[in-house]
Design a binder for this molecule. Sequence first.
Ligand code: SAH
Length: 344
Amino acid sequence: MKQDIKSMLLPELKEAFSELGEPSFRAGQVYTWLHRGIRSFDEMTNLPKDLRARLSEIYTLTVPAVERRQISAKDGTIKYLWRLGDGNCVETVLMRYRYGNSVCVSSQVGCRMGCKFCASTLGGLVRSLEPSEILDQVLFTGLDSGEPVSHIVLMGIGEPLDNYDNVLKFIRLVTSSEGLNLSMRHISLSTCGVVPGIWKLAEENLQLTLSISLHAPNDEIRSGIMPVNRAYDIAALLEACRDYFRITGRRISFEYAMIRDVNDSAENAAELASRLKGMAAHVNLIPLNNVEESPLKPSGRDRIAAFQRELEKRGVTATVRRSLGGDIDASCGQLRRKQILETN
Ligand code: SAH
């Protein structure tokens, strides 16, 4: 079976090239081409022709195709639906902020976490993405849009910590100085709360931002909307978060989707504040995005503002997330879902 060349780190490529009898600088040249998003080995014009031919015999080169592209008329957010080599599709979103452009990447085709409010999990997990397929979302979004990419959020389709090794390798690739050389501090990884993955990540001691999809102040509510909570409850999750902070020194960000009459009362805010008290935490309140198949509805503006005030009053910093791309199905999983429903 052919090896996927873009999933290889530079030292791995150098080793493979030395086994092929090629000098180490050739590996460097190839790595540079790969991270520029070339579409075939023949584009590596500073390589001898026979080496290019040899590489294409030994390795596969992933090249995603734009299946759909939606551009928000409101804020310039661009949503891509990419078709992968095996026909599966994943979504990527380019968001423009004052500090730069951020790309939201998917880590899996589908998801097996089963959160009740999420469109990505409706058809279950199809498969995990390779490191190259996650990197491609960054490379080809940059190339297609013509926009430089400075920030990455792992908040697209899939649970990053359910694809731990490939996600970590992607992070190493995208931050490598011979590649895109992105700053580790410009990467956010979001998890629904896979506790063993959080422990593992803490040991890597990376300067990225860990974001926890908490969405509830107690186990009763959380288990009702997030099945993962039955395996790892809030106490276990927050314990892992405290350790994560102790080891890495990085403040944790908690996502809280505001769902009408489910988790948005003043009492819920008070309980949340008491659980997060003393933690170096920041709460991001997100108005729930409507998912057609779900009976859950977003909280009203006033409810969200009151919830935020309640948290702040109790010493927990909270912001309400500005929503981008509301006119282009930009919430994760929605575009892929649409594509599947339309083709069936
Ligand atoms: N699996 C990871 C990352 C992907 S989801 C995780 O759960 O964190 C990115 C964020 O969007 C998560 O916080 C998720 O809970 C949230 N999300 C999913 N569906 C949503 C919806 N309909 N409205 C608002 N946020 C949603």
